[in-house]
Design a protein around this ligand. Structure first.
Ligand SMILES: [Zn+2]
Length: 250
């Protein structure tokens, strides 16, 4: 990134103002470079931001340990944004993340309100409100990666977190990932439902349900369930034996 120096003053002295990467961010500020072998909360915060870059079929562990998987995810993130792909999270990587996030830590193209049209508290689901909201944040970063991979065109979220009451009202399954805050239903336009389902395979979503799966011809569902289940038969998206969703999700 170019560094601009502004010289101000006369014989009394010169003040140099550096206009480079943001030195602080409303959400979270990293205090130093991170690389393989680093650990702690700073790494975990980084992992959340690059969780949409785990590689095909993979899910990045948000464990605060900067191992080979995190390095590879950082490299994919760097490549996606035209940065030097060294797998080291330094100033240029953090500057890109700062540019991509709002002060509430959500990625710029998604919002908590968009992931929850059920209530304002995130309470009443199958996990605590804090956990549901944290799960939604990770899902949003994966959606941001999905959005970027598909050419930075808008992605429309039609349903996110649901309390038990909201889930019952729409006829959701009792074990639906919407009750955990990590699910999102995506509508078509400008992308097709199949484009969304297919690219979601590369973006850290363990759960993908789309066209051809029962009740999923009008949206593509993605989530962060513990083990992989993909089924969008009309899109060529499947995992394992392609049987019925063990969660009965929708
Ligand atoms: Zn759904």
């Amino acid at each position: 990134m170019a560094v601009m120096l502004l010289s101000v003053g006369t014989t009394a002295g010169v003040v140099a103002v550096t206009a480079g990467p943001a030195l602080a961010d409303g959400c979270y500020t990293w205090s130093g470079t991170l690389s393989e072998g680093s650990s702690g909360e700073a790494v975990r915060q980084l992992q959340i931001r690059v969780s949409g870059y785990p590689g095909a079929g993979a899910v990045l562990a948000l464990d605060g340990a900067y191992g080979p998987g995190t390095k590879a995810a950082v490299q994919r993130f760097q490549s996606a944004y035209g940065l030097s792909a060294d797998g080291v999270a330094g100033p240029s990587t953090f500057a890109k993340i700062y540019a991509l996030q709002d002060d509430d830590c959500t990625p710029v193209n998604f919002a908590y309100s968009e992931l929850n049209d059920c209530n304002s508290t995130w309470a009443g689901g199958n996990v605590s409100a804090t956990t549901a909201k944290a799960n939604a944040l990770v899902t949003m970063w994966k959606l941001q990666a999905l959005r970027h991979a598909l050419g930075d065109q808008p992605i429309r979220v039609t349903s996110g977190f649901r309390s038990v009451a909201c889930n019952n009202a729409v006829g959701g399954a009792s074990s639906s990932r919407h009750l955990y805050g990590d699910a999102a239903d995506l509508g078509a336009g400008p992308h097709t439902l199949c484009q969304l389902a297919q690219e979601a395979r590369n973006r850290g979503f363990a759960g993908i349900l789309g066209p051809g799966y029962p009740d999923h011809d009008d949206h593509t569902h993605v989530d962060g369930r513990p083990s992989q289940f993909w089924s969008a038969p009309n899109c060529g998206v499947s995992s394992l034996d392609g049987g019925l969703d063990p969660l009965g999700d929708n």
